[in-house]
Ligand binder design. Structure first.
Ligand code: NAD
Length: 483
C-alpha cells in the first residue's frame, strides 16, 4: 500500500490552496486512528470559489462550446479517474472504511457518470413551436450558471460525480462542498478538471464544516442552483436557504426502504439482494433495503437464511478486503456506529429481538456486527427511522394490502422492492408503492441511466438518467415576429 499524503488542500479558481478555517483530521475508520489532514474552507473561501465559478459562467466559455466538445471533456474526466483507480481506491477505503473492492466499484461508478453525461451533452435540444405565419418561435436550454453541490460521506466520489458530470455537460460551473468525514478523494476531480483542460474556476472543490462553509454556500447570493444529498434536517435548512435566494434545488435525502417478499419468492436469489441491499457499504446507503416485509409462511425460513448470511460476513479493515466476497468494512465514524448500536438497543427495549449482531465489535475501528432484527412492529422507531448501518429489520404480513401499507407507512419514499413470481402482484405493488424507484425481483436493478429520487421526505427532483439534465438547465423561449 502506498503512503497516503499527510495533508490535502482545497481547490479554488484553478489552484490548490489552504483553508481559511484551518485544518481538520480525517480518521481511518478501519483503525480508529488519524489518517490525514484536510484544509477547511471558511466563508471567505466559499466567496472566492463562487466568484471564480461566476466569472467562468459570465465569460460564456462553457456555454459557447460545441456540446460535443464539452461532452468529450466530461467523458475524459471519467477516463482520468479510471486511469488513477489504483491510487484513488485505497485512499477511499482508508478514509471511508469500505472494503477495497467496494471502493474500486465506487471509482468505476463515478467514472460511469462522466461517461453517461458526457454522452448526453449533445442531446439537450430545444424545439420550435408553431405560432402561425409571421412568427418563428423556438426554445433554448441554457445552463443555470453556478451550481452549488453539497456532498454526503457515504459515497463521496459517486455523489460528487453524479451532479458534477451532469452540471458540466450542460455548461454550468461548479462549487463542490465535500463531506468532513471523507473529503480526500474529491481532490481527484480537481486533477481531472485540470487534466482535460477546463478553465480555472469551472470546478472548485472545497471541504468545510456544514454549518459554516456548507451554510455559506447554500445561502450565497451568487449561486444559481443547488444539489444536496444528505439528511432530512440539513435538506430542510438548504431548501430554506435556496428559497431565500429564489434558486431551485434538488434534494436527495434518506430512506427507510422495504422489500416485500411474497410466499412465492425465490429465496435463494433473494439472499443476494439482502447481501447487497443492507450489508453493502455497511448499510450506509440511502436506498438500503433496511426493512424486509415477508409473508408469514416464509418468515422463519427467511430469518434463518438471513441470519446465516449475516454471520458469514467477515468484518474488518477495508484495506485487507480487496476481493468481492462475504465481507464488510467499518462504518464511517464512531458517532454513526454508536448511533446505529443505540437504535438497536432501543428496538430491543421496544420489544424486538436481535437474532444476530447488534453490538459494536471488540476491535479498534468503527465496526458494528451485521445485524438482523425480528419481531419488529411497524410502529417501532427502528421501522420508521433510518439506521444508516448494517441492520436489517424483518416484519411479517399476511395479506398483500397489509404489506403495501407497511411499506408505505414511513415518512420516506426513496425506493421499494417486491419479490414474487406473480406478474400481477408485482405490477400491483409497483403501482401502489410510494417510492421514486421500484425494484422487482432485484434490489438496486437499474443504473446511471435510470432516474433516482424520492417521494415524501426522501426529497424532490431526480438525479441520474436523462431526467437529471433538466435540473441544470433553464428554458428560454425566443419568439420572432417576422417582417
Ligand atoms: P448531512 O446532512 O449531515 O451532511 C451532508 C452534507 O451537508 C455534508 O457535506 C455536510 O457538511 C453538509 N451540511 C451539514 N449541515 C449543513 C448546513 N446547515 N448547510 C449546508 N450544508 C450542511 O448528511 P450525512 O450525515 O453526511 O449523510 C447521511 C445522510 O444522507 C443519510 O440520511 C442518507 O440517507 C442521506 N443520503 C441520501 C442519498 C440520496 O441520494 N438520496 C445519498 C447519500 C446519502
Amino acid at each position: 500500500m502506498s503512503a497516503i499524503r499527510p495533508y490535502w488542500q482545497n481547490y479554488i479558481d484553478g489552484k490548490f490552496v489552504d483553508g481559511g478555517a484551518g485544518r481538520l483530521t480525517v480518521d481511518n475508520p478501519g483503525t480508529g486512528k488519524a489518517l490525514a489532514e484536510q484544509a477547511v474552507a471558511s466563508a471567505e473561501d466559499v466567496d472566492r470559489a463562487v466568484a471564480a465559478a461566476r466569472r467562468v459562467h459570465q465569460s460564456g466559455v462553457l456555454a459557447a462550446m460545441r456540446p460535443v466538445e464539452r461532452g468529450r471533456m466530461v467523458r475524459a474526466m471519467g477516463d482520468y479517474l479510471l486511469s488513477k483507480i489504483d491510487e484513488i481506491a485505497p485512499v477511499l477505503t482508508l478514509e471511508s472504511g469500505k472494503p477495497l473492492w467496494e471502493a474500486r466499484i465506487e471509482v468505476e461508478g463515478a467514472a460511469r457518470y462522466f461517461e453517461y453525461y458526457g454522452n448526453q451533452a449533445e442531446t439537450v435540444e430545444g424545439r420550435s413551436i408553431p405560432l402561425g405565419a409571421g412568427y418563428f418561435d423556438f426554445t433554448l436550454y441554457e445552463p443555470f450558471g453556478v451550481s452549488a453541490q453539497i456532498i454526503p460521506w457515504n459515497y463521496p466520489l459517486e455523489m460528487t460525480a453524479r451532479s458534477l458530470s451532469a452540471a458540466l455537460a450542460t455548461g454550468n460551473s461548479c462549487v463542490i462542498k465535500t463531506p468532513e468525514l471523507d473529503p480526500l478523494t474529491n481532490r481527484f476531480f480537481a486533477e481531472a478538471a485540470e487534466q482535460v483542460g477546463l478553465p480555472a474556476g469551472a470546478v472548485n472543490i472545497l471541504c468545510g464544516h456544514g454549518q459554516e462553509a456548507g451554510a455559506a454556500l447554500a445561502a450565497h447570493p451568487d449561486i444559481n442552483q443547488i444539489v444536496f444529498t444528505g439528511s432530512v434536517p440539513t435538506g430542510i435548512a438548504i431548501a430554506t436557504a435556496a428559497a431565500g435566494n429564489v434558486v431551485p434545488c434538488v434534494l436527495e435525502l434518506g430512506g427507510k426502504s422495504a422489500a416485500i417478499v411474497h410466499d412465492d419468492a425465490d429465496l435463494d436469489a433473494f439472499m443476494n439482494d439482502v447481501r447487497w441491499g443492507i450489508y453493502f457499504n455497511a448499510g450506509q446507503v440511502c436506498s438500503a433495503m433496511s426493512r424486509v416485509i415477508v409473508h408469514e409462511s416464509q418468515h422463519d425460513e427467511l430469518v434463518d437464511r438471513v441470519t446465516a448470511l449475516a454471520k458469514s460476513l467477515s468484518v474488518g479493515p477495508g484495506i485487507e478486503r480487496d476481493e468481492f466476497g462475504p465481507n464488510m468494512g467499518a462504518m464511517v465514524s464512531q458517532r454513526q456506529r454508536d448511533r446505529a448500536e443505540g437504535m438497536v438497543g432501543e428496538a430491543i427495549r421496544q420489544g424486538a429481538s436481535a437474532v444476530t449482531g447488534g453490538h459494536k465489535m471488540n476491535q479498534p475501528g468503527f465496526f458494528l456486527e451485521p445485524t438482523v432484527m425480528t419481531g419488529v412492529a411497524p410502529d417501532m422507531t427502528i421501522a420508521n427511522e433510518e439506521v444508516f448501518g448494517p441492520v436489517l429489520s424483518v416484519l411479517k404480513f399476511s395479506d398483500e394490502n397489509e404489506a403495501i401499507n407497511i411499506a408505505n407507512g414511513t415518512p420516506y419514499g426513496l425506493v421499494g422492492g417486491v419479490f414474487t413470481r406473480d406478474l400481477d402482484r408485482a405490477t400491483r405493488a409497483a403501482a401502489k408503492l410510494r417510492a421514486g424507484q421500484v425494484f422487482v425481483n432485484e434490489w438496486f436493478a437499474g443504473g446511471v441511466e435510470t432516474p433516482f429520487g424520492g417521494y415524501g421526505k426522501s426529497g424532490y427532483g431526480r438525479e441520474k438518467g436523462r431526467e437529471a439534465l433538466w435540473n441544470y438547465v433553464q428554458t428560454k423561449n425566443v419568439a420572432i415576429k417576422l417582417g
